[in-house]
Design a protein around this ligand. Structure first.
Ligand SMILES: [Zn+2]
Length: 79
């Protein structure tokens, strides 16, 4: 018997909302995604390898993926 194991990224959408996209310059929906490296056995992610989460924002209008800090930039107050 042998084991198939590896390390791979796992992405999870943690939030969906609206923002002013700096790329297409429209108010559009975004997905906030967290990506972590997971140790997997038989292609099943078992546990995270790193504590650090890589958070990205994807604009659903133009499809650009950018760092999550764009949400904290030039946002004229949500709500
Ligand atoms: Zn956009």
């Amino acid at each position: 018997m042998f084991f198939i194991f590896g390390v791979g990224p796992k992405t999870k959408v943690v939030e969906k909302s609206q923002f002013s996209c700096p790329v297409c310059r429209t108010r559009s929906s975004y997905e906030l995604r967290q990506q972590r490296q997971y140790f997997s056995l038989f292609f099943i992610p078992l546990f995270p390898m790193s504590k650090q989460k890589n958070t990205t924002v994807k604009c659903l209008h133009c499809g650009t993926v950018m760092p999550s800090m764009v949400l904290h930039h030039a946002q004229p107050e949500a709500k």
